[in-house]
Design a protein around this ligand. Structure first.
Ligand code: CA
Ligand code: CA
Ligand code: CA
Length: 335
């Protein structure tokens, strides 16, 4: 168990580095809705209207784009302005698919006006009804100078989200309307950063010994539920263990069977899978088995555990003069 923890720690560090090594994209929401009305249309927030430099949504590097210092014009025709008399409420952005979001660039309304948005609380969810939403924090948007607004970047812990909500708490004093210029998201694909999960090869055994010469042998591997991860969210049909998929299939449908059980007896349900050695890429030299897959939400998962391969029929280490050793030697010559 200690070695497993160490191994996971190393993987975590590498993946942590990777998270900063690859670029994030500048992404526009595909659509947006608001309960605050539209004196000037909401689409002006997500269509790059009024930006001094265009970007290609989902492609342009976020940091490189902002380094070019793109600003937003003060023209009302490039902004969203809420209905007369409504100054607080919410805007929901739909990114079109679940992505990892780590920052948001906001260009406030820059008319030198009390319309400009002041405080917002930002929520992220994978569901359009914002069930299970994560509160990313409350942020104060700066009051831009009269002519143009610069991007203000809101940062938070990376989160998997398709929907982002701005809960608008107030503006810079106008009692008539609230306004914003443009919003763009810093995103990357969830496929680039698998969630590290804990697996247990041969549950109830710490040795995890595998007869590496028996291709028909079935290896049981459990995906454990922990404080951070619910194994029952894993789509078992997507799971691959060293290149093999679940060997127990429904004879009628041919679909892999799903087996949930509390294998470690800690009171929560784990997911148990079975792989035929001959279907895997494991060899007698292997020292570790790795498992990959996806949750029902499409989040990639990854975990590994140590194994010790054993050769079948290896002569037991016996005193060569013992009766058992003699019998063993005779049996071997007879085969
Ligand atoms: Ca705009
Ligand atoms: Ca084990
Ligand atoms: Ca359990």
């Amino acid at each position: 168990m200690k070695r497993l923890a160490l191994c996971l720690a190393v993987v975590t560090t590498l993946s942590g580095l990777a998270a900063h090594a690859f670029a994030t994209s500048t992404t526009s929401a595909q659509s947006a809705t608001t309960d605050m009305g539209e004196m000037f249309p909401l689409v002006n927030l997500i269509n790059q209207s009024g930006l001094s430099i265009p970007y290609t949504s989902g492609m342009t590097d976020f940091d490189a784009y902002l380094a070019g210092n793109p600003n937003h014009s003060s023209s009302l025709g490039n902004a969203w302005v809420s209905s007369f008399g409504t100054t607080t409420g919410q805007i929901d952005f739909d990114l079109g698919s679940v992505l990892v979001v780590d920052r948001i660039a906001v260009w406030n309304f820059s008319g030198g006006s009390t319309f400009s948005t002041k405080n917002i609380t930002v929520f992220a969810s994978q569901q359009s009804d914002f069930s299970g939403a994560v509160n990313l924090g409350t942020f104060k948007l700066n009051l831009p100078p009269p002519l143009v607004s610069q991007a203000q970047v809101i940062s938070f812990s990376s989160t998997n989200a398709r929907f982002i909500r701005f809960q608008i708490l107030g503006n810079y004093g106008a009692s008539t309307s609230t306004a914003l210029g443009e919003v763009a998201f810093s995103t990357y694909s969830t496929a680039q950063s698998p969630t590290l999960i804990e697996i247990d090869i041969k549950p109830k055994s710490d040795l995890n010994s595998i007869n590496c010469k028996n291709p028909k042998g079935v290896i049981t591997v459990a995906i454990l539920t922990t404080d951070d991860f619910d194994a029952t969210t894993v789509a078992h049909t997507t799971v691959s263990f060293e290149g093999a998929s679940e060997t127990h299939v429904n004879k009628k449908s041919g679909n892999p069977k799903r087996h949930e059980e509390d294998v470690d007896g800690d009171g929560d349900t784990d997911l148990v899978l079975h792989f035929r050695l001959g279907d895997t890429d494991l060899t007698c030299e292997s020292t570790q088995g790795a498992l990959t897959g996806e949750t029902f939400e499409g989040q990639a998962i990854e975990g590994a555990d140590d194994i010790s391969t054993v050769l079948p029929n290896a002569a037991p280490a016996l005193n060569p003069r013992s009766k058992l050793a003699t019998t063993w030697a005779r049996m071997k010559t007879q085969r």
